[in-house]
Write a protein that binds this ligand. Structure first.
Ligand code: TMP
Length: 239
């Protein structure tokens, strides 16, 4: 069946989601819009939609090859991809290897401190509340996910961390931390959303230069260049 893009279902900060003529599939469009601090800071990163579409597809293909079930079906064009229709679990799963960002603020470890063990966190995906940090008890009280789903998300997140960390080592990139979102598709918990410089902290292994959205959040300049550099290191492609 030829997949057709139908009406828009949802517009997020970085992507739009459309229905298709197949109820099991969604059509995703990546935008150049960039936001930070729960949408309080707004801007555009030129070509971000194209870069993140390519980068995320690259990572999702890698993860699929290593046995992680993801929503990715195929790329349509520069900015668009077809994915399995999921119900998003309203929990953001963050994995951290090195202290940075909100962890450094919360527990006082300076940015760049190697964590003696991997840290796994959950955040309630709710902009109005500022995506607060939550734990298993809060998830149960809010009925955001079942214990089985929390276990599946946690195990997948840690496995994804191992795969990405190893892979990025060869690209001379340190994986500082990253955020994942999961959804259910036909009853199964699968990886959804994206993996890109919007959702990860990537530092050049030698220079410690930031190659991610912190350049936008912190007004550091050369944001698009950093995203391009990530794509180049991953795929050899330039835009
Ligand atoms: P944090 O240190 O600000 O909590 O961010 C942890 C990781 O999660 C970092 O790699 C950036 C990513 N992230 C998102 O993808 N979306 C968000 O809204 C936030 C706050 C962080």
């Amino acid at each position: 069946m030829d997949i057709q893009k139908l009406e828009q279902l949802h517009e997020g900060k970085a992507k739009k989601v459309y229905k298709t003529n197949d109820p099991d599939l969604y059509w995703i469009e990546y935008k150049d819009d960039a936001t930070a601090f729960d949408g309080k800071k707004k801007g555009t990163i030129m070509n971000k939609g194209i870069l993140n579409n390519r980068i995320s597809i690259h990572f999702f293909n890698l993860l699929e090859d290593k046995g992680i079930v993801t929503h990715l079906v195929n790329q349509v064009n520069d900015r668009e991809q077809i994915v399995k229709a999921v119900d998003i679990i309203m929990v953001e799963v963050v994995v951290r290897n090195i202290a940075a960002g909100s962890l450094s603020k919360r527990i006082g470890l300076p940015e760049g401190t190697m964590l003696p063990k991997t840290v796994l966190e959950f955040y309630y995906k709710d902009d109005a509340l500022g995506d607060p940090l939550i734990n298993d008890y809060h998830i149960a009280v809010l009925d955001l996910a079942t214990p089985g789903q929390i276990k599946a998300m946690s195990e997948m997140a840690l496995k994804i961390n191992d795969i990405l960390r190893d892979y990025l080592k060869d690209k001379k990139i340190d994986l500082i931390d990253f955020k994942l979102e999961f959804g259910t598709h036909k009853g199964e918990v699968i990886l959804a959303d994206e993996i890109s410089p919007d959702t990860c902290r990537f530092w050049d292994m030698e220079t410690r230069e930031k190659l991610d959205k912190d350049r936008f959040r912190r007004d550091m300049g050369n944001v698009e260049e950093a995203y391009r550099e990530v794509l180049r290191r991953l795929t050899g492609e330039t835009l």
